[in-house]
Design a protein around this ligand. Sequence first.
Ligand code: 6PG
Length: 249
Amino acid sequence: MTSPEIIICADSAALNAEAARRFASLASEAVAARGRFTVALSGGSTPRSLYQLLATPEWRENLPWSAIHVFWGDERHVAPDHADSNYRMASEALLAHVPIPTENIHRMRGEVADAGLAATEYEEELRRVFELKNEEWPRFDLILLGLGNDGHTASLFPETEALAEHSRQVVSQWVEKLATVRLTLTYPVINHAASVIFLVSGGDKAETLRTILETDAPITQFPAKGIQPIDGKLYWLIDQAAAARLTSK
Ligand code: 6PG
């Protein structure tokens, strides 16, 4: 694994602009090389403003939406119109405002009562879209990730079973601290991506970020440390506030 590239931006606006530039560059490269761009979106609040930026004419009109396939890194166990839905957030901020074909939007079905079935369904969707054979892993062109204050990413939470999952592509799991079920891509899927970009903004993430980037804290307690692309690139896009505790900035 190549070492991660850390890009420190002045503020969240600069971080979003840098992320949009990288999104567009990776999309252009992927479409030129393979005829499409496969990206897994992050949920939470940080990426909302990036998605809104990508929906502005300056970016919207320069992206190859008909060749972009959107997936999610994780989803909550809720309906797609629920306030907590990662799909709803991305749809309201971006997808409803760009000419992406409906069939290119690959939603995790958080509304399915049996979350294990929804996870299996999503694995089948990955196999179908990525045309996987047998034990192959999907290779996303880009996976966007956020960072929780507890060191989680996607829905890979500290001390949870999903951290030990190395054969499934998508799992559902009970997250005790949230008292809810989550759906998430597993480490192998994320670590097979060509590019992984963390977006981290705000001083409340500074100590967690320092722990992850500058200590040998255990992955079981800081799952974001387990994001180590095997044959891909890892980028940490962080703003000054989130970088405040880094010694190597
Ligand atoms: C989710 C995300 C999760 C998120 C972090 C950071 O479903 O909530 O996938 O991993 O990226 O919790 O969230 P914020 O961006 O809101 O701080």
